[in-house]
Design a protein. Structure first.
Length: 366
């Protein structure tokens, strides 16, 4: 039987992978209806994968982020399931026997994790070990990717740029739950010789980002203000610094991590950071509005430099009990090992998101 190959040049060396159009690879995704999961689904289907995914039962359709041509793709199959149901996970892993498992499902909102810390731990922490145990107990030979996060670092000033060797200091229930998932992934790799790795992804955004996340909140508000549908954007800590990339770029990195000969944990980031204040300014600038800042603290406002309209206000209800001040990633190892670099800069990202929100009023597919 002829076997096709796929070649990728990494650090001036040619890496050869099996061509998925010749040998059908099977992937299992949790969190497929989320931002990252929807992009990963498209990426894998375009590579010829057979993709299986679990979707939580809901009374409304939750597939809004997935274009119909992918949702109805002949190589995609979804199942009702949840990371809180270990028997369901065992059954599906045993039945599907995937070559690759991508665990992207989570209660992923940092602020909300303070309101629902127990649920966050149940899904984001214990859910991971349920999936790892399903793989181990069924004996399926697969590679496991765990979606980790820059929230592990806590953004302590003086620790930036954060790399794979930076000490962890999570400052939210979400970060703490993800810390458990990180270490249990490492533990199962070392204890049971499993191919299991963590992708420590710094902030990554897109038009598919949920509406309660600050970047989407900003770009959506800017679009509505520009169209006369909203008066003011309310924000919390606008001086928090983040390393923002484009989610569509980052899913390639997830896949590349599982194409290696040995599992490694890698930071995925752009290496550049901006404040929420700067992100806001860039979003308004894209629609021709220059923001000037007046006042301090909770009394600070952002006004239209042209007509003096108040467009941004600070609302203390958006402050978190513990703030993560400074996240800046060092993806040197990822570049060295995989030849990966972020392709989309902050200005391009803002443009993509604002343009989408000018044309739509949702978080659907772009």
């Amino acid at each position: 039987m002829s076997i096709g190959i796929e070649c990728i040049i990494i650090n001036n060396r040619i890496r050869v992978f099996l061509n998925k159009n010749k040998i059908k690879m099977k992937a299992f995704i949790t969190g497929v209806t989320g931002q990252d999961g929807s992009y990963l689904l498209e990426f894998l289907l375009d590579k010829g994968y057979e993709v299986h995914a679990i979707i939580r039962r809901s009374s409304v359709f939750t597939s809004k982020r997935i274009p119909k041509k992918y949702w109805n793709h002949k190589n995609f199959k979804s199942y009702h399931g949840d990371l809180t149901d270990s028997s369901n996970l065992h059954t599906l892993i045993s039945k599907i026997k995937p070559n690759e498992v991508y665990n992207l499902a989570a209660q992923s909102h940092v602020g909300v994790s303070f309101d629902v810390p127990e649920y966050t731990g149940e899904v984001d922490a214990i859910g991971t070990i349920r999936l790892l145990d399903a793989i181990r107990d069924t004996g399926v030979n697969t590679k496991f990717y765990q979606a980790s996060t820059s929230e592990l670092f806590g953004g302590i000033p003086g620790t930036e740029p954060q790399s794979e060797t930076t000490p962890f200091y999570p400052k939210s229930p979400y970060g703490a739950a993800k810390l458990y998932s990180y270490w249990v992934t490492v533990n199962y790799r070392e204890s049971y010789n499993m191919f299991a790795c963590n992708g420590i992804l710094f902030n990554h955004e897109s038009p598919r980002r949920g509406e309660t996340f600050v970047t989407k909140k900003i770009t959506q508000a800017v679009a509505k203000i520009f169209k006369g549908e909203q008066d003011v954007l309310q924000l919390g800590n606008i001086d928090a610094k983040r390393d923002w990339g484009y989610a569509k770029d980052y899913v390639e990195m997830m896949w590349l991590m599982l194409q290696q000969d040995k599992p490694e944990d890698l930071v995925v980031a752009t290496g550049k950071c901006y404040t929420i204040r700067e992100f806001t300014e860039k979003a308004f600038k894209h629609v021709g509005i220059t923001i000037s800042w007046r006042g301090e603290g909770e009394n600070e406002i952002g006004v239209d430099n042209n007509d003096g309209r108040i467009l941004v206000k600070i609302n203390s209800k958006y402050y978190r009990p513990a703030e993560v001040e400074f996240l800046l990633g060092d993806a040197t190892k990822a570049k060295k090992v995989l030849g990966w670099e972020s392709k989309t800069n902050i200005d391009e990202l803002v443009k993509i998101m604002v343009d989408y929100d000018l044309a739509h009023n949702d978080y659907g597919f772009d």
